[in-house]
Design a protein around this ligand. Structure first.
Ligand code: ARG
Ligand code: ZN
Length: 875
């Protein structure tokens, strides 16, 4: 079944109040739901009520207290239809259903994870708990009573504020929660079990006292302190930057170990993958800390962008996700280094969203149709969705952007809104017409800007001509020109900015070129020397550039650009040009070539004390194998790419070995581990150097030494990474893997890193390694984190190992996907997207990939999740 945006129709009935009563039992949980229902004005008196269900068993049904006649309703596991409802259209519906949380391995609805009952209802999980109008525009006020055995579940949590609790007979007890804010069913949550907690408090700007709690497995409480700190900083930041205060007396976060995604913003009761809660220096890397900070903020920010203002339907998913990602990006930028954060975002976007846009799964930020909504929690909806919000800010400027956001909160509080509503607030706040800009929500694909320049010394005029193009994507053969904000500067000698006297041609406001036609010329007067243009500063639009900048222009930018993003971009472009041409040489049996000037450039950046260490680390990280593959775009041979990349790393490492070694020693930290951005930057730089030095030296000595000396997981994991990537099979590597396992074998989250690092071992041996690890006692396909660690890392991160020329990687993957699919279709579908770029490989691999995909496609009884992905991927 395909759902279309244009088919939207409001419900015939409203449910202003919902009362839920849970009698928890591991295999037989009884859910009694009492709904106050009203037929909407203007709907015929004989209109049936049709509620959604999914694998439900109806035990009892009452309408205004009486059992309805048998022929007035039909209940199937996925639907409840009731006819002959009271004429006045107002009635109480009582439903009793029975569900089994233990056998629920899909991890949506109510399930048990490590003996803890928890729920995941977004997008359509609530219908696995009780029959309901399970759609985001149906808002209801919830009161929830939970009853359970005290020994099994001393803790009973739901949304909103706690109201009542008490003891019952037979060792059972209960708690009642009331959420005064009307909400859609996808924001419902329940957690019950035996967990440890850390508590704190927050007082909002207007004086509301909020009790904060983070619930984790007993014994892991100290590992939740960083998350608590991030939560309080998020609450303060949202008040300061967006004027948004928290609106309940409690805010709880629960960490669970079986979770399909990162986390979930249930009102007042966020449920998290424990990976995004638990951290201490010994077990978490700097990346983990940054991830926790970002996800805690993200889910908290949803309280306004998602919960107070929700989505009318799931086509509008980016309304809450794109905007909330934008908000968490800004938060992290304020907490850390803004340019470094921005470069990380650009890298992420290019690594995940650009390939999505370029392949068979391409879809608009706001899709107009879907078969399975779970397959649209994508990088396009989230990350490109965030870029679209950022562009609105770039186009309007910070003040009008804020004015528009204020208007959004004021006008739409309590609404289930649409993208049109969102755009309208900015139009109303600014007086600008954003109708052309709105195409960003509708047109899939990454626009390319082809740029040419012209400088006339006599008239001191510099001209930039930009032509935008956007390739066809599934369902969108031709595209319209978009409004693309290109932030820029014209750089003169030593990188000083040349300010044009005037700009003619297309629209230029301050430092932003507003490209609106397919092809436009912008002419700048009063430019005293031939400038080098720095274009797309701050990565002001999610586009690719083809510009006629020369190699020396790029070197100039890499050395002098005052905007770190374009500076990094220039360097990356230079390296990519080298890496792609060398990949082709290696594929043709020729050796790679490397100029000394590139090595010198990297060295000058590495040793430049004026530059932030984190920035230097980003510059020195040679583009990954998949980055290079993406640059090549077609006829990909991962072995040649690896050869090309290794050649560059070793040339740089060998030439700069001595000074790199000095810097490596200098960067060693004294004193205890600190997770702040500056310390993390030093570790990042030192760990990039470790790789160069190890390759140059061609021994595992340095990495082995760092591994055994490390007093924190960042340095330990980096050393282990170098050992496995560069010296797999060596004694040093085997010993490090063994000692890691001995030390952290009881800690699943840490062991995920151990699985990941081995899944990424390059070359043909990886497949055997992965097969072997699947039988490891700590591995289980039932746990999403473990599955992603081994199968996900192998398929989406191991270019040479997964894309073996003999197709063995693909065959193994197809088999494994079919196994995972039987338990957890959502997880299987998500993993399968690793094959979305199969068409860009060279013919032999491409054919193997097609065959593996076809094996999946021909299976009968596939879940709609996997069927949707496999068919679109093959189409
Ligand atoms: N809303 C959650 C978040 O981004 C993610 C929910 C994902 N749901 C899903 N069905 N994939 O914060
Ligand atoms: Zn979100």
């Amino acid at each position: 079944q395909v759902f279309h945006l244009d088919d939207y129709k409001p419900t015939d009935f409203l449910i202003p109040e919902t009362q839920l009563d849970f009698a928890l039992h591991p295999e037989r949980t009884i859910v009694k739901s009492t709904l106050q229902i009203e037929r909407r004005q203007g709907i015929a008196a004989d209109a049936p009520l049709i509620l959604d269900g999914d694998e439900l068993k109806l035990i009892d049904i009452r309408i205004d207290g009486a059992a309805p006649g048998d022929n007035t309703y039909v209940a199937t596991p996925d639907r409840l239809e009731i006819r002959g409802l009271p004429q006045n259209g107002k009635f109480t519906l009582e439903l009793t259903t029975e569900i089994n949380p233990t056998t629920n391995r899909q991890l949506t609805g109510l399930y048990r994870s490590s003996n803890v009952y928890c729920t995941q209802c977004e997008a359509e999980g609530f219908r696995r708990i009780t029959y309901f109008l399970d759609r985001p525009d149906l808002l209801s006020i919830y009161t929830v009573r939970i009853e359970a055995e005290r020994s099994e579940a001393p803790l009973l949590l739901s949304n909103g504020n706690p109201k009542d609790k008490g003891e019952l007979t037979n060792g059972r007890h209960f708690a009642t929660w009331h959420d005064p804010h009307p909400k859609p069913a996808y924001l419902f949550a329940l957690v019950a079990g035996d967990l440890g907690v850390i508590t704190d408090t927050f007082t909002t700007a207007s004086g509301r006292h909020v009790d904060l709690g983070i619930y984790v497995e007993h014994g892991k409480e100290p590992r939740a302190l960083y998350a608590m700190d991030a939560l309080k900083r998020s609450m303060k930041w949202d008040e300061e930057v967006f004027g948004r205060e928290y609106d309940l007396d409690v805010f709880n976060v629960v960490a669970v170990s079986d979770f399909n995604m990162g986390a979930m913003e249930n009102k007042g009761l966020n449920v998290f993958n424990d990976k995004y809660v638990l951290a201490d220096p010994d077990t978490a890397t700097d990346t983990d800390y940054a991830g926790i900070e970002a996800v805690i903020a993200h889910e908290y920010f949803h309280n306004w962008t998602g919960n107070r203002i929700t989505c009318r339907d799931w086509f509008q998913l980016c309304l809450k996700e794109g905007l909330t990602v934008y908000r968490d990006h800004e938060f992290s930028a304020d907490m850390r280094s803004r340019p470094v954060k921005r470069i990380a975002e650009v890298k992420g976007l290019k690594a995940h969203q650009f390939p999505e846009d370029a392949g068979p799964l391409a879809h608009p930020v706001r899709p107009r149709q879907f078969r399975e909504i779970n397959n649209f929690y994508t990088s396009t909806v989230y990350e490109k969705g965030s870029e679209v919000v950022r562009m609105i800010r770039t186009i309007l400027g910070p003040d009008l952007f804020r004015k528009g956001m204020d208007l959004y909160f004021e006008r739409h509080d309590g609404d289930a809104a649409t993208i049109e509503d969102f755009i309208k607030v900015f139009e109303d706040a600014s007086g600008e017409d954003l109708s052309q800009f709105a195409l960003w929500y509708d047109q899939a694909g990454t626009p390319n800007l082809a740029i040419t320049y012209d400088y006339d010394q006599a008239t001191k005029t510099f001209e930039i001509e930009i032509e935008q193009s956007l390739k066809a994507t599934p369902g969108q053969p031709s595209k319209k020109p978009m409004h693309i904000p290109v932030q820029f500067a014209l750089l003169g000698t030593k990188g000083r900015e040349l300010k044009p006297r005037s700009a003619k041609g297309g629209l230029v406001k301050d430092d932003v070129i507003h490209l609106r036609k397919r092809k436009e010329r912008f002419s700048f007067s009063g430019i005293s020397e031939r400038p080098v243009p720095s274009l797309l500063r701050g990565f002001s639009a999610p586009v690719t550039l083809t510009s006629e900048l020369t190699r020396s222009d790029l070197v100039f930018l890499a050395r002098n650009d005052g905007d770190e993003v374009t500076r990094w971009q220039a360097l990356t472009q230079l390296l990519n040009a080298k890496l792609t041409s060398n990949s082709k040489r290696v594929r043709g049996g020729k050796p790679a070539t490397i100029e000394n000037s590139s090595i010198k450039l990297l060295g000058d950046i590495a040793f430049n004390p004026a530059l932030d260490e984190a920035f230097r680390a980003l510059c020195l990280s040679i583009p990954s194998e998949s980055d290079i593959a993406r640059e090549l775009g077609a006829n990909i041979d991962p072995d040649a790419i690896l050869g090309s990349r290794d050649a560059l790393v070793s040339a740089v490492g060998e030439s700069l070995a001595e000074r790199f070694a000095e810097l490596y020693d200098l960067l060693d930290h004294n004193g205890p581990f600190q997770p702040d951005a500056a310390s993390a930057g030093r570790r990042a730089l030192r760990n990039v150097l470790l790789d160069y030095l190890s390759v140059a030296d061609n021994t595992p000595k340095l990495a082995a030494a760092q591994f055994s000396k490390a007093d924190n997981m960042t340095d330990r994991a980096a050393a282990l990474g170098v050992l496995v990537q560069r010296f797999s099979g060596s004694d040093a590597t085997c010993q490090a893997l063994r000692s890691f396992e001995e030390r952290f074998g009881n800690d699943p989250l840490v062991m995920d890193k151990w699985f990941i690092v081995q899944a990424m071992q390059p070359g043909n041996e990886a497949l055997g390694k992965v097969r072997g690890l699947m039988t490891h006692k700590l591995f289980s396909l039932d746990n999403p984190n473990r599955t992603r660690a081994l199968i996900g890392a192998f398929s989406s991160g191991n270019q040479t190992g997964f894309n073996r020329a003999d197709g063995g990687g693909y065959r193994f993957f197809a088999e494994t996907i079919l196994t995972i699919e039987k338990k957890n279709p959502q997880l299987a579908a998500r993993l399968l997207t690793a094959m979305r770029s199969w068409r860009s490989f060279e013919p032999v691999r491409r054919e193997h990939a097609r065959e593996a995909l076809a094996t999946i496609a021909t299976v009968t009884g596939l879940s709609s999740d996997v069927r949707d992905i496999v068919e679109r991927t093959l189409a």
